[in-house]
Structures are given as structure tokens and as C-alpha cells.
Write a protein that binds this ligand. Sequence first.
Ligand SMILES: [Cu+2]
Length: 194
Amino acid sequence: MPPRFSLALLLGLSLGLRAEDAPPAGHAAHAVAEGAKTAEPKEDMFIALDPSAPKTVKLVIIAAYNAANYGMNFNGFAKGGAQYVIPQGWQVVVNFTNNSPVPHSAIVVERSFVRKIQMGEPAFKGASTPTPLRGTTGKKGVEFRFTAEEAGDYALACGFPAHSANGHWIGLEVSATAEKPSLKFGAGAPVLAK
Ligand SMILES: [Cu+2]
């Protein structure tokens, strides 16, 4: 008997598969955007020398790059899990964007400040997005620049209240000995002091 039954079953199965293969209009684009957002971060995506200006480094900082640390990450990293090293005296140009509708910001502070609920002034003149406490949204981006005048251990932190204390920061060392700027992910990055 059941040729009919089998046929119906086959039809049902193939329909089911088709429904999965073809998401409703609009969802496909969303899926692509999600995929792009979570592309595995690579160091060279976020740091580059400026060929037109001596001793100038460009940093790309993307807040809520992916879902790591509930979106409270830069370029996919939180809690000091990535570390920039900038030679002392270099110009730093930061291009900041935010993937999330939740406001985030970026401010360079002394490393010991990352546990503060509220950030004060940036460690260097000009070293923050325009309104670090309120944050900004949107992928349009804001640019800020500063001179890494003084060697030491700093952090690039989110200035939105309580975000940095919840891990929304990465390391930034200004080095008196490094000859080139660098960025390192993972092991070798500083661990947050308890
Ligand atoms: Cu934040």
C-alpha cells in the first residue's frame, strides 16, 4: 500500500527542507550581517601604519564586534584579552564604530582605572570618543587622535558607566622601547588583576 503514504512523506520532507533552505524575505540579509559580524578577528584587521605620516598608527576599534562578554567587547575581546603596544611619542588615530544599538564608547585610561564604575578624563589629551559617559551608537563611526606621550600601562576602555568594570576594556601599553606598534590577542595579554 503505502506508495501514497510514502509519497506524501517524501513531499513533506522535501517541503520541510525547502522551508529551511529559504528563510523569509529579509532574514537572509540579516544572516549575512550576523556572519560578517562574527568573522574571526585577526590582528591585522585592527592596526595599520599610516604610510603618509611618520610615526602614526591607525587603530580600528569596533565595540560589540560579536557576542563575547554580552557584547561588551572591542574587536571581540574583553577583560584585557587583547593588547596594543604603541611606541612612546607616536600619534594614534582611532576609528571607533559600534555594532550594537546599545551605546558604547572608547577612552584611554590608566590600567588601574578599569574597575571604576565611572571614568574621568582620558589619560592623554583627545584620547576618547566625544561623549564617553553617554556613549555612541552606529556604524558610521567617530575618529579621535592623540599622542602617546608618556610610557606606561593603559587600557582602552568603554566609558559607559559600569561597562569597563564588567570587562569592556582591552590593554594599551605605551612603550619606551618598542620600535613598532603591535597588537596581540590571547595569551601574552595581561590578565585582569582581582
Ligand atoms: Cu561598553
